[in-house]
Design a protein. Sequence first.
Length: 111
Amino acid sequence: MCNNIAAEIRKRGQVVLCVVSSRIATLLLDGERTSHLCFKISLFIYEDSVAGLKRNSYMFLVLQQTKIIIWDEVPMQHKYDIDAVDQCLRDLLEVSNYLHLIALELTYYIE
């Protein structure tokens, strides 16, 4: 489903970044990106931590063009991981207000 949503948005010529929380889930995702790898989240995370993305990185250039970030399995992440990414994106993209990050938890039903 994540790939379908991303494909629809990409058809409109917009950039979509899809990430997941666990390495095993990357097998189902085009691009195979975990949130820790993509956003440079430290394995040792604290309340005041910030993700490790830098302005001179390739990922920063991608984020500047990104229309939507789809973060599958986000409830599996620690709250501090999400806060670290939010703070980092606000700093890098120079946004002072809350970014309104929308997280999707995709649930698969077996019929």
